[in-house]
Design a binder for this molecule. Structure first.
Ligand code: GDP
Length: 301
């Protein structure tokens, strides 16, 4: 229910437009597909993704001999869902089966990175895991304090240095502390300043190297946080971060406040990175694992 509520705006804009089209046209023809294409593009699905979706739909309509738009609607849902998930398990977070799990969380300022880390810590704790946070954003004023507030809220320890210190050193200390306290999951925050992109990407690489040196095979996830309300902009951020740091999963925040939920499809299709978590509000419980069937069927139900 929460999931459906959070997607209300996308549902109203995207799915209801599709539903209206289906009612208005009745017969599957070229004009129907053209309008469907426009609806998808206006919902931030992304041009390349839309073109491929429409091709797939046309193929299906031909091979299954579908003539009525009402019948094609089920195929639309199927094709969208198929595009989102290649394997069911790939949307799940990866944990280290033999010891401490380490997540690195990256993304530009304002996307909801700190909030996501707080919610994720809470979620993991509820699953019975012990969690620690590393305050690796030493650049943004207030970032460390904000993470500590979330640490208190979710009842987990935060390892920090002073503002302006070396993030790799903070993360190193956190690795040592987490190991000695036998923590299950260490979540590392990172800076998100965009003033000097090269510098930021180098910093992220350094943090990643320190983690990998101490724990071969780690980080087990590099989670990129993206703000769904920024639409196509989120897609270009994803391209930059994935080139620079090798992103393993996306957290898409603020889906509750936007009609641009179609961006999920563009990210999956154009970057081939799974969306693993979605943010549906500002509260501590407003983070959910992403389920593509639930997402698509939720939109159309
Ligand atoms: P950061 O700069 O990336 O660390 O961003 P913050 O975590 O400080 O979040 C920026 C703003 O977005 C805050 O006001 C958050 O409450 C808000 N926010 C974060 N995630 C969500 C979400 O899923 N939904 C909504 N509606 N707001 C969110």
């Amino acid at each position: 229910e929460k999931f459906k509520g959070g997607l209300t705006k996308t549902r109203q804009s995207f799915a209801s437009k599709v539903n209206n089209l289906v009612k208005r046209y009745r017969k599957v023809d070229e004009e129907f597909f053209e309008e469907l294409e426009e609806v998808m593009i206006s919902s931030d699905v992304g041009v390349n993704t839309v073109l491929e979706l429409i091709d797939q739909l046309k193929d299906e309509a031909r091979t299954r001999n579908i003539k009525e738009t009402e019948e094609l609607k089920d195929v639309i849902v199927e094709v969208l869902s198929g595009m989102l998930t290649k394997k069911d398990e790939e949307n799940e977070l990866t944990f280290n089966p033999n010891g401490m799990t380490i997540f690195l969380v990256v993304g530009v300022n304002g996307v909801g990175k700190t909030t996501t880390i707080g919610k994720l810590a809470h979620k993991l704790k509820q699953e019975g895991k012990t969690v620690m946070l590393a305050a690796g954003d030493t650049f943004r004023a207030g970032a460390i304090d904000q993470l500590e507030v979330w640490g208190e809220r979710s009842g987990v320890n935060v390892i920090k240095h002073q503002e302006g210190s070396d993030p790799a050193a903070v993360v190193y200390d956190a690795l040592v502390a987490a190991k000695s306290r036998k923590v299950d999951v260490l979540i590392c925050d990172t800076a998100g300043r965009l003033q000097n992109k090269v510098n930021l990407m180098n910093e992220l690489e350094k943090v990643k190297r320190v983690i990998a040196r101490e724990y071969p095979g780690a980080p087990h996830e590099v989670l990129l946080v993206l703000d769904a309300t920024t639409g196509q902009n989120a897609l270009s951020q994803a391209k930059q971060f994935s080139q620079a740091t090798g992103v393993t999963g996306i957290v898409l925040t603020k889906l509750d406040g936007t009609a641009k939920g179609g961006i999920v499809l563009a990210i999956r299709h154009e970057l081939d990175i799974p969306v693993k978590l979605i943010g549906l509000g500002e509260g501590i419980n407003d983070l959910q694992t992403f389920d593509s069937d639930q997402f698509v069927y939720g939109l159309f139900s």
